[in-house]
Design a protein around this ligand. Structure first.
Ligand code: ZN
Ligand code: ZN
Length: 361
């Protein structure tokens, strides 16, 4: 239920916006204000996508979701966008992630594939939206969707749910603008076995490798490695500390690794138990054994010899400055540069160099 103070706050906010609009409408005239707003919206809809990131000779990475299933107003659920060789590829499509990419003007029409690490809801929730929105944005070809065994079932389920939407849009706008073949979603099961990863895609100089991680009892679960022009980024997916990930991340420039504050989760579980909320206590304790703590992620990065470690899939959600304090405290990173990921962060790895350019939102 909304409190009186929050209602008052939103009322005040609404009034301030109205006063500002009246202030602007005076000298400019209402019609001109509206005209400017409409033109800005038209410009955004007409494109203006960051196509410069598709083929600038770099391996580019955009964080479209650094959160988890737990609600966090500042973070969408799991999502990482990789842009190189003329296309954009998205790893996991958690709730809210499509909006983060859209607002940041990521070039969704050039979506070359979706890579799912496993099928927990915080990693697949917006599969339909990524497929549909990339089609509306201008994708012309069928959409390839990669994932471990089970991907066909997940893809077919989402496809069925979105099939009426396809019909509505084609009937309304016409096949000339929304080609039917782009509504095809093609599932590609990827191998799952410990050891050296399997190359699952090679195009335009980009190589994508899938490898097994340890998210037991969720199995299979995989991570992905992207190599382009001598640069590399590895995305862990959800996993406990995984020796197989260490092997497959060897020498990577950037490792994007999930993290969970295990002691905090256990404290939360204990508080729930003390308060007699046994069900919530059990659920909180259960998640500790199939994720990785920040200190463990640092050990993995050190063992793999990666240059930069970026934390994502931050559990639990923590507000403001406390976030940095809790996830970074007590770490001994040595030569590894550790970065707390946030939605909207852009990482550029120029080909043929060792430079890492990090742009915060
Ligand atoms: Zn998971
Ligand atoms: Zn997850």
């Amino acid at each position: 239920m909304k409190s009186l103070s929050s209602t008052a706050c939103s009322l005040n906010h609404g009034l301030w916006v109205l006063v500002l609009l009246m202030f602007l409408a005076g000298p400019l005239g209402c019609d001109r204000v509206v005209d400017r707003v409409v033109r800005a919206a038209a410009d955004r809809a007409a494109g203006g996508a960051r196509t410069d990131l598709l083929d600038n000779g770099s391996l580019n990475v955009f964080l479209c979701g650094t959160g988890s299933p737990l609600a966090d107003p500042g973070s969408a659920s799991a999502c990482t966008l990789v842009l190189a060789g003329g296309k954009a590829y998205v790893v996991d499509v958690g709730l809210g992630s499509q909006e983060v990419a859209q607002i940041a003007r990521m070039p969704r029409a050039s979506l070359g594939g979706i890579f799912l690490t496993h099928f927990h809801s915080d990693h697949i929730g917006e599969l339909g939206e990524w497929a549909m929105q990339s089609w509306v944005a201008g994708r012309q070809e069928p959409l390839d969707i990669y994932g471990p065994e089970g991907v066909t079932r997940v893809v077919n389920g989402f496809k069925q749910a979105y099939s009426l939407d396809d019909v509505y849009r084609i009937d309304h706008h016409g096949l000339e603008y929304l080609p039917r073949n782009a509504t095809d979603w093609i599932p590609h099961p990827v191998p799952y076995e410990n050891g050296v990863g399997q190359v699952i895609l090679e195009e335009n100089g980009l190589t994508v490798t899938a490898f097994a991680v340890d998210h037991e009892p969720v199995s299979p679960a995989v991570g992905y490695r992207f190599d382009y022009r001598g640069r590399s980024v590895v995305i862990s997916g959800d996993t406990d500390k995984s020796p197989n990930l260490v092997q497959n991340a060897e020498g990577a420039d950037v490792l994007i690794h999930e993290v969970l504050l295990k002691e905090i989760l256990l404290q939360i579980s204990q508080i729930q138990a003390d308060e007699g909320r046994d069900r919530m206590s059990k659920l909180a304790a259960d998640v500790v054994d199939y994720h990785t703590s920040p200190a463990e992620a640092v050990e993995i990065a050190q063992q793999a010899g990666v240059g930069m470690l970026i934390f994502n899939h931050l559990v639990p959600p923590v507000p403001g400055m406390l976030r940095n304090f809790l996830f970074m405290r007590g770490l001994e990173p040595g030569d590894v540069e550790v970065v707390l990921g946030e939605d909207g962060m852009l990482i550029e790895l120029p080909g043929g160099s060792s430079e890492i350019v990090l742009e915060s939102p």
